[in-house]
Design a protein around this ligand. Structure first.
Ligand SMILES: CC(C)(COP(=O)(O)OP(=O)(O)OC[C@H]1O[C@@H](n2cnc3c(N)ncnc32)[C@H](O)[C@@H]1OP(=O)(O)O)[C@@H](O)C(=O)NCCC(=O)NCCS
Length: 172
């Protein structure tokens, strides 16, 4: 698969480099980020976690790109294709360091990423799973043209609590 490279006025989406370990670790090591992510996103988050993630990406076991500025990567956007009869569906995921929230970066990143996925892959359906505690992500997805498809009640165990989630979808 080709890599994504796209520049905006104030950030870019590009492949990770080894130089991103320190900045990704700094931004990822934040409970405000971790609590909205699947448990495979570690908390606390150490440099070895970033290295292990970059290794997965380098081996092609995870498809993810850096959201980066002049001081290095401060977030991630990626997708995971489902298997078997669901192989034309992928789950999209993203996060930003809290210092970069509230500037429309995630919305622009998701819009560009979806365009890129529908141009460079044969995926038909993109999904995102948002915990009920995450109105900001729900808003990002709506602004990026996703629709609210279904509510999965008590489907998530996070932070010691059972939570509902909402599945957002966008079709080719
Ligand atoms: C979700 C996240 C990516 C948003 O990034 P961002 O760059 O701040 O998003 P944007 O600036 O593009 O848009 C945020 C929108 O959410 C809204 N918003 C923020 N906090 C909100 C809240 N508590 N309730 C309702 N809306 C909220 C903002 O007002 C904005 O909408 P608007 O443009 O209509 O005003 C970021 O907060 C993050 O990384 N969170 C932790 C990880 C995460 O949640 N990942 C997604 C998992 S599904």
């Amino acid at each position: 698969m080709t890599a994504m490279h796209e520049r905006f006025d104030d950030f870019e989406i590009r492949p990770f480099t080894r130089d991103d370990v320190a900045s990704i670790t700094r931004h990822a090591n934040d409970e405000r980020v971790a609590r909205q992510m699947r448990d495979r996103f570690p908390h606390p988050y150490a440099a070895d976690d970033a290295r292990a993630f970059f290794d997965l990406v380098a081996r092609g076991e995870s498809d993810a790109f850096a959201i980066a500025g002049p001081d290095g990567a401060f977030g991630t956007i990626g997708f995971q294709r489902r298997a078997d009869v669901e192989r034309f569906t992928a789950e999209v995921g993203f996060w930003l360091g809290a210092t970069h929230w509230g500037r429309g970066i995630a919305t622009r990143a998701v819009v560009a990423f979806v365009d890129w996925l529908f141009t460079t892959t044969d995926l038909e359906r993109l999904e995102a799973v948002v915990f009920e505690t995450n109105p900001a992500s729900a808003r990002v997805l709506e602004k990026a043209g996703f629709e609210r498809e279904s509510r999965r009640r008590r489907s998530i165990h996070k932070g010691g609590r059972m939570l509902d989630s909402t599945v957002f979808v966008r079709f080719r």
